[in-house]
Write a protein that binds this ligand. Structure first.
Ligand code: URA
Length: 282
């Protein structure tokens, strides 16, 4: 079992690699920075949202707008703060114009999320909204049917308690969803208290069972579906009305303070530097 420091260092190495990712040429060209994720590298609870919006792209921190404020309140309601959990997204880069993530982008980016899950080893993984839920469940069933129903799922080498939740942004537009979110959040502590679910057998004593974790190699891939996906999103093709309006323009300078970490370890010589402040986020 790695120590918190070992986890953090391992996560920093992944962040370092991810920060130069060019797998999605359009996103790499239009982003300000990769928004890797923030929080506790040793967290028992991990939240997975959709993708950074304008503010997240600018500050390098996930969930810094109105949806983030609601997330903070919901966490507070169950006695947790951002520093207790780890928050990441399906996509680490902002889709321009806040369009939906394209299928090819989700595919290209999933390796980073897999590495985060592998290193943090959360007990509970809360998927926020449709994109994260569909990705991590590997099925097209939407959040309206699934929210608040935990299930044990094997993600890469490990079993976790997967817990689909409405995206907080959905509640910004439909206030009754706040009550649903609150009720669903209220069960998180009990899920954590259950501890990690039984883990898959190790094959041959070494290799983990479960689907392979895609390698997050930063290789550019062509994205022929981009235009079609963007057009589909513009036409409201998400599939579920409550789906997500997740990335609202709402600067939140107070979180900018989190970006400074004078104690960050120096980067290895010759390696491209990730945005320095983000290293202080976990
Ligand atoms: N901000 C994020 O970082 N992710 C979302 O899914 C929405 C807003």
């Amino acid at each position: 079992m790695p120590s918190p420091t070992e986890r953090r260092e391992a996560l920093k190495a992944v962040f370092h690699d991810a920060s130069g990712c060019t797998r999605c040429p359009q996103l790499a060209a239009t982003r300000t920075q990769v928004v890797f994720g923030a929080g506790n590298a040793d967290a028992e609870v991990m939240f997975v949202g959709e993708a950074p919006g304008a503010n997240e792209d600018r500050l390098g921190v996930p969930f810094v707008g109105q949806a983030g404020k609601l997330l903070d309140k919901l966490l507070e309601g169950i006695g947790l703060a951002r520093e207790d959990v780890f928050v990441a997204n399906v996509l680490k880069c902002r889709p321009p114009g806040n369009r939906d993530p394209a299928p090819s982008e989700i595919e290209s980016c999933r390796g980073w999320l897999s590495r985060q899950l592998e290193l943090i080893e959360p007990v509970v993984v809360c998927t926020l909204g449709n994109f994260a839920t569909k990705l991590l469940r590997g099925e097209p069933v939407g959040i309206t049917r699934l929210h608040g129903r935990e299930e044990v799922r094997v993600l890469g080498p490990r079993a976790v308690r997967l817990y689909p939740l409405f995206h907080p942004a959905a509640a910004l537009y439909t206030p009754s969803n706040v009550d649903l979110l609150r009720a669903d959040f209220a069960r998180i502590p009990a899920l954590v208290a259950l501890g990690a679910p039984p883990q898959p057998e190790l094959e041959g004593g070494r290799e983990p069972a479960g689907p392979p974790v895609p390698e997050p190699e930063p290789v550019p891939v062509p994205e022929p579906e981009l235009a079609a996906a963007a057009a589909g999103a513009a036409a409201g093709a998400v599939g579920e009305a409550e789906a997500d309006a997740p990335r609202e323009p709402d600067p939140e300078p107070r979180l900018a303070g989190m970006l400074a970490d004078p104690a960050s370890a120096p980067e290895p010589e010759g390696a491209p530097s990730p945005p320095a402040g983000q290293l202080g986020l976990f």
